[in-house]
Design a binder for this molecule. Structure first.
Ligand SMILES: Nc1ncnc2c1ncn2[C@@H]1O[C@H](COP(=O)(O)OP(=O)(O)OP(=O)(O)O)[C@@H](O)[C@H]1O
Length: 308
């Protein structure tokens, strides 16, 4: 059997549309597909754990219909089920993981491919270990960021206009509005990192993002040379940059040309310690919150993902 975990509100309702399209396909009945729709934030994680416990090895694959946030929840729900095959049918607004996987974009074609001709390849997720609660080790498929990106995402999520923009199917525009709102009041901060044992201090950090692959924020090539298979993490730091230059950088990052800016630092590493003397805003696969000091590594387990 195949289990579909669907976020109906992903991509401003695209999740629901894609699900309805897939449900009508003959393969859906033939291959004994069952769907579970998420009803609230965090539900994807609970559903993934429940279906894995309930159906175990009967499941040939869990197919996530949604965006990066839903995928993140499902992967965290499957933490103790590393052998489970997972595929994503992108239906979110950003879909950076699907972009990195180089998969087919048309939902039905992709659905057929996942069932008839899948390409299960290993993938090591990123993992964070919080200093205060070492037992909590959230996983990430894309990236984790401290600083400007997290504050922008939070501002957009909490804004009234996001709701209206979503109704008008202009969800990405709410992030652009939030970017301008935050940019001119945003205060850079000192940050201490230990990258593979080497201590580094940045005095006026605009943002620090650690990623598994090149894509970020809906197609920006944040670390253009990042390789999904390298087993390494990629760190991008923007330090001591003027507000106006940020706007310029924002346009160049879609082409991966920001890496030549003197304010941009990129490292490749296996372990990154982020030392914070107060809680800061962060984003993990686009979901926002507050966090104190933590360490980022690759999870040692290999997960099977449909990708090329
Ligand atoms: N029924 C629901 N109602 C409200 N929120 C939900 C529901 N189901 C899931 N969610 C939440 O929706 C949020 C957004 O999901 P997701 O990230 O998949 O879509 P997206 O934001 O459109 O895509 P992307 O992350 O690729 O930009 C997640 O935080 C998820 O927990």
């Amino acid at each position: 059997m195949y289990v579909l975990i669907v976020n109906p509100v992903a991509g401003e309702g695209r999740g629901m549309k894609v699900y309805q399209e897939l449900k009508q396909h003959s393969l859906y009945q033939q291959k004994n597909c069952r769907s579970f729709l998420t009803e609230y934030q965090g539900h994807g994680k609970a559903l993934a754990t429940q279906v894995a416990q309930m159906y175990g090895t009967q499941i040939k694959a869990i197919i996530v219909v949604g965006g990066d946030g839903t995928l993140n929840e499902v992967m965290n729900g499957l933490k103790t089920f590393p052998a489970m095959n997972v595929a994503i049918i992108p239906a979110g607004s950003g879909n950076d993981f699907a972009r990195a996987c180089k998969i087919e974009r048309k939902p039905v074609t992709l659905f057929k491919q996942i069932i008839n001709n899948p390409s299960w390849r290993s993938y090591r997720l990123g993992k964070i270990t919080k200093e205060t609660s070492r037992k909590q080790t959230p996983l990430f498929a894309n990236s984790i960021g401290i600083g400007f990106d997290a504050v922008v995402a939070k501002q957009a999520d909490e804004s009234k206009y996001k709701k209206y923009m979503n109704l008008l199917r202009l969800g990405m525009l709410s992030y652009l509005i939030a970017l301008f709102q935050v940019l001119f009041t945003y205060q850079t901060k000192k940050i201490q990192l230990v990258i593979d044992g080497k201590p580094l201090v940045f005095q006026h950090t605009f943002m620090v993002t650690v990623t598994n692959h090149p894509f970020f924020g809906g197609g920006m090539k944040i670390v253009p040379h990042a390789k999904m298979d390298s087993g390494r993490l990629y760190v991008l730091i923007i330090d001591h940059i003027s507000k106006w230059k940020v706007l310029f950088l924002f346009f160049t990052v879609f082409f991966g040309k920001h890496t030549t800016f003197k304010e941009v630092y990129i490292y490749e590493a296996s372990e990154i310690k982020v030392i914070l003397n107060e809680e800061r805003s962060y984003q993990i696969d686009g979901q926002t919150g507050k966090i104190g000091s933590f360490t980022i590594t690759k999870d040692h387990l290999m997960r099977k993902i449909h990708r090329f």
